[in-house]
Design a protein around this ligand. Sequence first.
Ligand code: FAD
Length: 345
Amino acid sequence: NGEVIETDLLIIGAGPTGLFAVFEAGLLKLKCHLIDALAQPGGQCSELYPKKPIYDIPGFPEVLAGDLVDNLMKQIEPFQPGFTLGERAETIEKQEDDCFIVTTSKGTQHKAKVVAIAGGLGSFEPRKPAIDNLEKYEDRGLVYMVKNPEDYRDKKVVIAGGGDSALDWTVFLADVASEVTLVHRREEFRGALDSVEKVQELVEADKVRLITPAEVMEIKGDEKVDSVIVRHNDKARRMEEIECDAFIPLFGLSPKLGPIADWGLEIEKNAIKVDNTLDYQTNIPGIYAIGDVNTYPGKLKLILCGFHEATLMCQSAYQRIFPDKRYVMKYTTVGGVSGFDGSQK
Ligand code: FAD
């Protein structure tokens, strides 16, 4: 659409590392914008283990991964970062004015002097069902993640899958959509027992139709999804056509380093090599890599290491963005509890 989002520090990846980088950048009065392929912030913590306790965050004897993400979001709120969610950073170009232009899978363009890649294990790519002509229907009724549940208000929805996200979205959309059908190839579900029970209740209340064991074999429609063909995996292998506006296969997500691997960065063992003696810069000046996505001698893939790397990266980024200013580090508590509200410099 031609519009370019401009910021000081562009962060690719809104996992714990990328989120905390916003705080450290904010202390230096740097504006941040984050891009993430997922629809929600939090990276692995939100996507893989939101309900698992973490025991090695300094000062927190125990914190649930999902709560840690909520806290990080609260901590960076004063700095009002921008977010481009549900879009994958695809390409990077350096311009004559020394700025980078990063373009996403949806064509959104971002401009910044400094880019910090906090891409973790890579962007989470949906596992797709083995159905012909998927591309034809993608974003025309076929989606692999729910971004805005309101898109399905009063619509007929078919969800496929047997894990937590299939169950959770079935429960949630039962109240939003006009019709929800859940198709799963086994009788048993992999998701939390509590969610399975909720789905069962909705089935009994006639608010959800559950078809198991069964598989969606085909999508039909000229311009968009009009219906899906479901095969009942019983002896008769009966085929059934189900009319729908949306088909949402939720078969899980697997991380891939993806397009970042082609950006001319030095890669070792699926991770980006950085200068850990100084500032976590990559071989391309102005591009940094922090958190799980980088590698250096002795690297540990831990959240607290990502926090540390983000902090040092921001100091270096500041000098790159404002080469003439000298920044003197102060503690956040200098100047009162909200010492970072403008009394820093
Ligand atoms: P991630 O959390 O992986 O986030 C990276 C984000 O970048 C993702 O959201 C991804 O979608 C996005 N991204 C990547 N490429 C692109 C792109 N091209 N465009 C747009 N977005 C992109 N660590 C601990 O310290 N303590 C623990 O107890 C602990 N327990 C764990 C338990 C499990 C089950 C797992 C899997 C990991 C655990 N870890 C733990 C590791 C910890 O989760 C990671 O170290 C941490 O998530 C790394 O944060 P990150 O922000 O660097 O990357």
